[in-house]
Design a protein around this ligand. Structure first.
Ligand code: SF4
Ligand code: SF4
Length: 322
């Protein structure tokens, strides 16, 4: 995955002014079948990765066999819960956001394939470095499955990574590809953009703790027209955010929080206690600087920009750029 850390950059210009808190008690959005329409960001205990990115605390970390067993059991409990929502009227979308790399583990591959085939699952996606093989994807319902892929120059060669992307193209997999906007990545990102299918969106994440001059930002913006959203953290205190209402974070124990960044617990998935807590709430944090968070901030137009591809980060109107 891309390591998506806690807020570290200060707020930038050109973002929405602070608004007033939301009225409490707005009900959670209803699905057509009468249940709830939820997006779930699942992050279990897995914290190991086969890559060694210098900007990531999970680089080359190893999980013990016990930790891997616990991660597998937690994931299978979660996917079982999702499967059991069939017939309830709920519609669910799932993004796996592991700390480490999930797709090198068979249970994540199985989870994606299995969930993709469930009629009440509208989307299932995962953040991945794409180091895994790709043949298993042929078993999935590719109308539902999608990948959020991160290219890590320095960890994988251009040709090898591009070949993986071409395998996804051949299979018809929906995906986005991105890079962390480190200066040393610019040439590799340009080369990838030039050779990647023009039908595939390439995103750029501002590197944690890095500020970008306008000239440098323009270089990245030329690759990703939406880089401006990542360049600065977004002031979020008191602003309406869909998390806690239609978007939830779930951990391996089933603990439900509004997002990966606000630690307040809303309840538990498996005892149903989260349900009574689904409502609109203003953000309690000063800033939100991670795409998987601020994409849900209602003062930004990102649900429109990424309509139909919010979880996998595919813009609604992405068209071949050449
Ligand atoms: S690929 Fe692995 S090491 Fe690199 S950022 Fe993602 S989790 Fe960290
Ligand atoms: S804006 Fe939303 S996602 Fe970001 S920190 Fe606040 S509540 Fe969480």
């Amino acid at each position: 995955m891309t390591f998506l850390g806690m807020p570290s950059r200060g707020p930038g210009p050109g973002v929405a002014p602070a608004g007033s808190p939301l009225p409490a008690g707005s009900p959670a959005p209803a699905a057509p079948g009468g249940g709830v329409d939820l997006s779930l960001l699942y992050r279990g205990p897995l914290a190991s990765c086969d890559y060694d990115c210098p900007y990531c605390p999970f680089a080359k970390r190893r999980d013990t066999p016990e930790q891997l067993r616990a991660d597998r059991a937690a994931l299978e409990r979660f996917t079982g819960w999702v499967a059991d929502r069939a017939g309830t009227g709920d519609t669910l979308s799932v993004l796996f956001t592991p700390w480490g790399e999930g797709l090198v583990r068979s249970w994540y591959r199985r989870a994606l394939v299995g969930l993709s085939r469930l009629p009440h699952v509208r989307r299932v996606a995962i953040q991945t470095n794409l180091s895994c093989r790709t043949d298993w994807l042929a078993e999935a319902d590719l109308a539902t499955l999608a990948l959020w892929v991160t290219y890590h120059p320095g960890q994988v060669g251009h040709e090898r990574f591009l070949a993986k992307c071409r395998e996804l193209d051949r299979l018809g997999v929906r995906y986005s590809v991105g890079v962390v906007g480190e200066p040393g990545h610019l040439a590799a990102a340009r080369r990838l953009r030039a050779e990647l299918s023009p039908a595939v969106y390439l995103w750029v994440n501002a590197a944690e703790g890095r500020t970008y001059t306008d000239a440098v930002a323009a270089d990245w913006q030329a690759l990703d027209p939406h880089f401006g959203y990542s360049r600065h953290a977004h002031p979020s205190a008191g602003l309406p955010c869909r998390t806690g209402e239609s978007v939830l974070s779930v951990d391996g124990d089933g603990t439900v929080r509004r997002c990966h960044f606000v630690r307040d617990v809303l309840g538990n998935l498996y005892d149903g206690s989260y349900l009574a807590q689904l409502r609109a709430r203003p953000c309690p944090l000063p800033v939100c600087d991670c795409h998987i968070g601020y994409v849900h901030l209602e003062t930004l137009p990102l649900h429109e920009v990424f309509a139909g591809g919010v979880l996998e980060r595919v813009p609604h109107d992405w068209r071949p750029q050449r």
